[in-house]
Design a protein around this ligand. Sequence first.
Ligand code: HEC
Ligand SMILES: [Cu+2]
Length: 360
Amino acid sequence: MRGWMGKTKVFFVFTLLALFLAGCGIENLTALEPKGYGAEKSMDLIILTTLIMTGVFVVVMVIYVITLVRFRRKKGQEDYVPKQVEGNHKLEVIWTVIPIILVLVIAVPTVLATFDLADDSKADELINVNVKGNQYWWHFEYAGEEIQTSQDLYIPTGERVYLHMLSSDVIHSFWVPSISGKMDVNAENVNTMYIEAYDEGVYWGKCAELCGPSHSLMDFKVIAVSPEEYDEWVNDMQNVDADAEPENAVAQEGQELFEANNCMNCHATDSAASGIEAGPQNNGPFGPNLTNFGDRSRVAGILEHNKENLVDWIMDPESIKPGNKMTGQYPDLSQDEAESIAEYLLQLQPSEITPESAGD
Ligand code: HEC
Ligand SMILES: [Cu+2]
């Protein structure tokens, strides 16, 4: 489908993009500039339907205007009653058949694309990730790799990655506009979708189903790196030394505070930790896995990744994400304690492969 509408597509993308980017500052958060397979398929359909609808609009408007102009009441004809027509087989057939044809022209490629994007027949040979949506964060588990992570999903470019998606609470929707379609994440059944990014980059993901007060803050990132870098990342994540000594005395103290203040009840710092199955029941994990927290692109999915924001989050998550499940679940901390914990968490950097590797 890549080449069949080449020029029209470029024209459309650029016109819409100019309008769109004029009002928004975030790169890689638009379906109108596809950078992956699912997004490109969607864009082809958007263009097809827009062209057809525009055509219909133009034809209807032209006929409407002609009728208005030609059949206006003219001077001296005030009492004139035009010929009354009722029933016209030819016309009725035309305005029934043409819409049916148009609907078919739209429906056939749409249904084909839907089946294509749902096709998981090759999943066994490729990368599979169990995705779990939670109020208001995302958990990722690489099947067969013993890797668990949250918020940042690393994938290799040019490869299909199969997502098996479940929710631990309400319905969420997984959407990375630049590279994929949109898929509901339910608590009762696993929904499957694959994503593929053509180029390296950090692609913004959004929850696209209203799921509570912080729904609009339930952001995540897909980090597409070269296949070599991806292998390196997998290797690094598999070899995290969970018992490694923190880098300095403050971080050491932070680790102790982390252990003493319930944080470990919900947050693992070992990628493979917890025998938790991604499952429909509310069986955890109860908070984001922090194994590579120091390599993250954001704090809590949304804040700029720096120490100040991290301390703010630890001190008062409620003011940042109302209704989140961390608020009130640990003892009050002093500013100093929060800073030590932040120092500890930020030095959890198991891999050289980070969002910067993808050009962020
Ligand atoms: C009851 C479980 C629970 C406890 C206890 C808990 N947290 Fe959390 N934590 C969460 C949840 C849930 C989130 C995700 C919040 C969201 O984004 O909606 C979170 C998010 C975070 C994040 C941001 C993670 C990311 O991926 O960006 C950090 C950092 C964090 N917690 C640190 C701590 C620290 C430090 C403590 C102990 C003082 C702690 N948490 C205690 C559940 C918990
Ligand atoms: Cu959500």
